[in-house]
Write a protein that binds this ligand. Sequence first.
Ligand SMILES: NC(=O)c1ccc[n+]([C@@H]2O[C@H](COP(=O)([O-])OP(=O)(O)OC[C@H]3O[C@@H](n4cnc5c(N)ncnc54)[C@H](O)[C@@H]3O)[C@@H](O)[C@H]2O)c1
Length: 247
Amino acid sequence: MKRLEGKISLITGAAQGIGLATALKFAREGATVVVCDVRQAAVDEAVKQCQAAGATAVGFVMDVTQRDMVDAVVAQVKEYFGRIDVLVNNAGITQDARLQKMTLEQFDKVIDVNLRGVFHCAQAVADTMTAQGSGVILNASSVVGIYGNFGQTNYAATKFGVIGFTKTWSRELGPKGVRVNAVAPGFISTPILSTIPDKVIQEMEHRVPLKRLGQPEEIANVYAFLASDEASYINGAVIEVSGGMSV
Ligand SMILES: NC(=O)c1ccc[n+]([C@@H]2O[C@H](COP(=O)([O-])OP(=O)(O)OC[C@H]3O[C@@H](n4cnc5c(N)ncnc54)[C@H](O)[C@@H]3O)[C@@H](O)[C@H]2O)c1
């Protein structure tokens, strides 16, 4: 039997990068995949890829900052499939600048997607999961949320905030059978790194004991494990997946 057989799994930001790798991994592990992202064409393409991997998959244009959209998607998923087993709160953005240069717009945008968006999605599925007496919520944090990073005041705050969400929700929802965990990736090779100069990427690689960036699939594997029943006693944890960057 596959690890995620029959689990109805909603993944945000699933059209590229870590989210897409996670959708495909979940598809191969037998999950029913609900692909959510902001661009229709990219959502359609991701759904096709999940279906080609053998899964039942549906897609929605859903901006996590828009609560109406999130509630409408959750309602439709419940109508189609009757339940929601897994939420992967993966959608996230960066808008980098040093403290003295950061605009309020940059600050607000990142807080809106990375913090408010995660709150919206978790709140939207929580009643369903607690009524089921089971469910898994997985949140995308970052090593930057634990150790900080030059030029990422807004992003680091959100990723640290996500750890606060994770620990709080693991206490609130754990007694109802819902597990909540976070993954803190190191530097992973996805389009989110596209604005970073090659020289800085090389320095990042050098800092990692494994001497390379991570691949999106290496984060997807951890989400799949945490979503599965194999992780049945893991709750409130923050799993760092960084090639040993912080050692
Ligand atoms: N790549 C890394 O090095 C790294 C490291 C640590 C944490 N992370 C986190 O992992 C997650 C995925 O990162 P990635 O590298 O795959 O990023 P990415 O930029 O490649 O993909 C992010 C996806 O989220 C979507 N998205 C953006 N805003 C959205 C919104 N408002 N509503 C719905 N979807 C939205 C984008 O369209 C995109 O498809 C993010 O939360 C990121 O902060 C990434």
